[in-house]
Design a protein around this ligand. Structure first.
Ligand code: AMP
Length: 596
């Protein structure tokens, strides 16, 4: 077990007194993981002892682990939905939490086609804020001089809805950006954004993005880091620049603001920022007017030291595109969080994305781990959950949380692998969200398998200077046998030499070769799955898909490209943008595996 201290890490020293305190806090928490966890559980159970949920489980006021584990069931969102619905409908009695539910956080996960609603309580904001406050002190150990410039972060809110009972329902980041904690954050020279609050808080996503980009351009020399929550958000910003640089340059040339910007708060704050700068406008026109956008991020923001975006999990597929636009800048994945709970942070944020591990902070909630094996859950039933300090290196677990807001032994749906320990606290690699994406027969293909298949197949495109920038999938069962349809959006950097039909057909086969043996058995032996199909869609299609999701209430910050689609309007949109279709020309390899 590793017991190094980040304080004594050779990588650096705390940048300030405040940083030293934050790092000290991380050390204290991670050194005492088990006792902190024990206290967190006791606190949650004591406070919520008289909730309807816990009273119904007959804990008799017990707050220790044994009784908790014996009496409290492991649940999913679906189990809690009736209770959550009552809260949403206006029942203010203490159902899950003794503290009043302050609002609902709308998770990007869905249940029966609807977004999940996570009840939260006021003090959770403090806990989230606490985790945020640890990020820069860690980063400052690895990157020097971040106080000498600013961060260009593309951050967005989305409009809120109200539940029938009158509680707000909105994404966790909207809740955070609109909070006092964010709006009135104390000045921190290491964490200054180019985006004014007025731009971040503008509910119109075009105006918000336009202004954030404009401010980022005005301050291009000061920008030391460029980021968004997820990689997809940063790429959306680059695409936005692609579409709007002429207008942006015009505004900069004249020191004015596009008539498309009608938000009063933005207009007022831009009076302080806008200024005519013809040299800068010339520069932007020159750079953005070039056909080749390779390295555009570092060309426009030459002092960028790193990109601050999550590229782990499903976001990993954006790495090549980010590398293309940034000339391979380091990509820092700083934290791991969800609507239900913020989990932890990356104590070594400049590591390569494939090596990223998150350290779960033991003070955030009570964490348990459901052992996971590649063939599903370990056979012993009922499953025995492992405590935070007891997980084993190399093993995979599904995360189960008990929160202050009143989720008890709740399955988040994330599968994590233990990579090591920091003091007595484990560090986890995010493996995937537990789900099955595609199934035609007895096959079950998950996100990680599909991603690996796309990655393998897309290697065939590299000699054509082409990459897969976006993809999604669909289990097409209209024909018999059904087959997998994979939609690809391609980025061809050399349109004179684009891949032919036969190359793309080989990509289909390569994907099939990469899929699991059950899939290949269905294809080869059972003949219950037809040849895999790739549908190449027009450039910009996935952008439209995102716009569609946003128009239906998704948040830009939390939006993730669905890796599998089945909703008819989305299918129609995709199918109307298809430019070519390709099928696997032969059967993949399959041989019966010995049974163990
Ligand atoms: P949401 O509830 O919509 O905020 O989504 C939370 C989920 O996003 C988590 O449960 C993870 O599946 C995923 N997620 C969040 N942070 C990360 C990360 N750093 N790396 C990979 N996946 C993440």
């Amino acid at each position: 077990m590793e017991t190094d201290s980040i304080l004594s890490s050779p990588s650096g020293h705390p940048a300030s007194e405040r940083d030293a305190k934050a790092l000290q806090f991380i050390e204290e928490m991670t050194r005492n993981a088990d006792s902190v966890q024990q206290n967190v559980l006791a606190q949650i159970l004591t406070r919520n002892a008289h909730t309807e949920y816990l009273e119904g489980l007959d804990l008799g006021g017990a707050t220790e682990r044994e009784t908790f584990k014996a009496k409290v069931p492991i649940v999913t969102y679906e189990d809690l939905q009736p209770l959550i619905q009552r809260i949403a409908n206006g029942d203010r009695s203490p159902i899950l939490s003794a503290e009043p539910v302050s609002e609902f956080l709308t998770s990007s996960g869905t249940s029966a086609g609807e977004r999940k609603l996570m009840p939260t309580i006021k003090e959770e904001l403090d806990r989230r804020q606490l985790l945020y406050s640890l990020l820069m002190p860690v980063m400052n150990l690895y990157v020097k001089g971040l106080n000498e410039g600013k961060g260009l972060y593309f951050l967005f809110i989305k409009s809120e809805t109200k539940t029938p009972g009158g509680l707000l329902a909105r994404p966790v980041l909207t809740s955070y950006y609109k909070s006092h904690h964010f709006k009135n954050r104390p000045y921190d020279p290491y964490n200054v954004y180019t985006s004014p609050n007025e731009a971040i808080l503008c509910p119109d996503s075009f105006q918000s993005m336009y202004t954030q980009m404009l401010c980022g351009l005005y301050e291009r020399e000061q920008v030391l880091r460029v980021g968004a929550v997820f990689a997809s958000g940063l790429l959306r910003a680059i695409r936005f620049l692609h579409l709007n640089w002429k207008q942006l340059a015009n505004d900069i040339r004249t020191g004015s603001l596009s008539p498309k910007i009608t938000d009063q708060g933005i207009s007022e704050c831009m009076l302080r920022i806008s200024r005519p700068d013809p040299c800068l406008a010339d520069f932007i026109e020159e750079e953005c007017g070039k056909e080749n956008w390779n390295g555009i991020i570092t060309r426009i923001w030459p002092n960028t030291k790193y990109l601050d975006v999550i590229v782990t999990g499903a976001m990993a597929q954006y790495i090549p595109t980010l590398d293309y636009y940034s000339g391979g800048l380091p990509k820092a994945c700083t934290m791991y969080a969800s609507s239900e709970c913020y989990f932890g942070l990356n104590l070594n944020p400049m590591t390569n994305p494939s090596q990223v591990s998150y350290t779960i902070m033991p003070n955030m909630a009570y964490f348990e781990f459901l052992p996971h094996s590649t063939s599903g859950f370990a056979p012993d039933s009922p499953p025995k959950l492992v405590d935070l300090a007891d997980v084993e290196i190399g093993k995979e677990y599904e995360l189960v949380i008990t929160t202050y807001a009143g989720l008890y032994r709740y399955q988040v749906g994330d599968v994590l692998r233990v990579t090591g320990f920091h003091n007595s606290t484990p560090q986890f690699q995010f493996i995937r969200r537990k789900n099955v994406l595609l199934s035609i027969d007895s096959d079950k293909t998950d996100e990680a398998e599909l991603q690996a298949a796309v990655e393998n197949a897309s290697k065939l495109l590299s000699e054509f200077n082409t990459s897969v920038v976006e993809y999604t999938s669909y289990a097409d069962t209209k024909s018999i046998p059904g087959h997998y349809v994979i939609y690809w959006e391609l980025l061809a950097k050399d349109s004179a030499n684009s891949p032919s039909d036969s190359v793309l057909a080989q990509c289909c086969l390569s994907m099939e070769e990469s899929l699991n043996s059950v899939y290949r058995q269905c294809r080869v032996s059972d003949n219950s799955i037809g040849p895999l199909e790739i549908r190449v869609v027009k450039n910009g299609t996935f952008e439209e898909l995102m716009d569609y999701a946003i128009s239906r209430g998704a948040s830009i910050n939390q939006y993730k490209v669905p890796r599998c689609v089945s909703f008819t309007p989305i299918m129609e949109l995709l199918d109307s943008r298809v430019v070519s279709t390709h099928f696997s020309p032969s059967l993949p390899r399959w041989t019966p595996e010995p049974r163990h």
